[in-house]
Ligand binder design. Sequence first.
Ligand SMILES: O=C1C[C@@](O)(C(=O)O)C[C@@H](O)[C@@H]1O
Length: 246
Amino acid sequence: MELKNNTSFKICTAIIEETVDNSLKFVKNVNNKVYSKNVPDMYEFRLDYLDKSELDIKNIEKILKNESNKIITVRWEWEGGKWNNEKESIVSILDILKRAIELNVEYIDIEYNNLENVKEEIKQYRDSLNSTTKIIVSYHDFNKTDDFSVLKKEIIDKEFVHADIAKIATSVCQNIDNCTILKACSEYESKIIAIGMGELGKITRVYGTQFGSMFTFCTVSKEKASAPGQIHIDDLIEIWNKLYLE
Ligand SMILES: O=C1C[C@@](O)(C(=O)O)C[C@@H](O)[C@@H]1O
């Protein structure tokens, strides 16, 4: 996202539609500025939102082959997503992510709390194909933000065993939590996506990219936020332009 003074920060919008066609229609509408004056730099396709009737690899390929700059995420229920064992029995996450890797999708996102062998298999598959896909390893805490020393030692440094990019999204319960998130942005500059969730965490969604977070997540429609505290893209661009212009 190029701001008026040529400062550039990246914005991602999550697509949380229940069908492949609606997901692609939503992206087209966003690119045509139907919902917002500004267009994000990239899209996160949250395939965990897809209805069971949509779960066919050929159908999902229509998203994997979409020309937008994208992250493919299939978020398990135990990590705050919509994926469950019933959906997994229809088509496995591994098959979806391996197909994404084969198609050199820009990013795939896997949970830190996933099984080690699953993370290892995905990384080895990507490396074996010399795929250009980058691996994001995500950690979410919807209740708190641990101290930086705990997040660093127990989560972020361990994410890098399989990750090209580490991600933490934790709930901000007190202002010091924002300092923790921004410290993570700064300490792992350009190799991390760090977000403070909830109303109190909005400051990290405004300043995080300036401190070093690779990008931030915005919504393009008030009704379509994929996490608590996401700011509308037009509001964020207005804030950024005021911050970096006046
Ligand atoms: O992990 C993240 C970050 C996020 O939870 C947020 O807080 O904006 C939104 C999710 O869609 C994404 O996968």
